[in-house]
Ligand binder design. Sequence first.
Ligand SMILES: *[C@@H]1O[C@H](CO)[C@@H](O)[C@H](O)[C@H]1NC(C)=O
Length: 227
Amino acid sequence: MASSKNTSAARGTSTLTILALVFAALVALFVYLDQHLDWFYVFTPEHLHDVSQRAIAAHGNDTRAVVGYIVGELDQKLGGKHLNFDEEWVFNNAGGAMGAMYIIHASITEYLIVFGTAIGTEGHTGRHTADDYFHILQGTQLAYVPGSYEPEVYPQGSVHHLHRGDVKQYKMDDSCFALEYARGWIPPMLGFGYADTFTSTLDFPTLWATTRITGREMISNLLQGKL
Ligand SMILES: *[C@@H]1O[C@H](CO)[C@@H](O)[C@H](O)[C@H]1NC(C)=O
């Protein structure tokens, strides 16, 4: 009896040891990947800023043409890979703000969307595990951080860089559209993107459409070896 107890205790200990080793290996892998996320990026903030400015210079407030110009140039740069050319616009409610988005790219480490609204909105940016670059294509975005008495003003052609972990209040007084680029860990951001559906809108068809498009793009990128 005693010996069989000892054996099962030993087996329990070795299972725990293996689990601890697997866990430690996963943490090490995560830390390693976290320090080398830039290996996986296919977009750069510098190019997105530059192409946004050239698109606005070429097409002004014809924002549909501005978006077409940007996606067309990215297509050439990436050789037809990693982009979604179907403008599958879906509503997005997050942090109390409402707008719509067209998902151009979604993967584990990056997303690129056109986000905006033709009638204005206001809300909380969310606190994210990724850096967020908001390239204003049309209109003006305002932002506020506690402790300041003045708004931050982001006009057409400028970039609002929200650093990983920072939070702000933001507002678009009127029609405003932006090319939003996030780089870092994208999956944890999805919770923020979905929360308002459960606490407020109960718009499950939109939730499903967002999940279907995001999942499809993330998986198709993974299958192409793009984390
Ligand atoms: C777009 O429209 C706004 C408001 O009418 C104007 O201030 C801005 O200069 C226009 N932008 C371009 C690039 O034409």
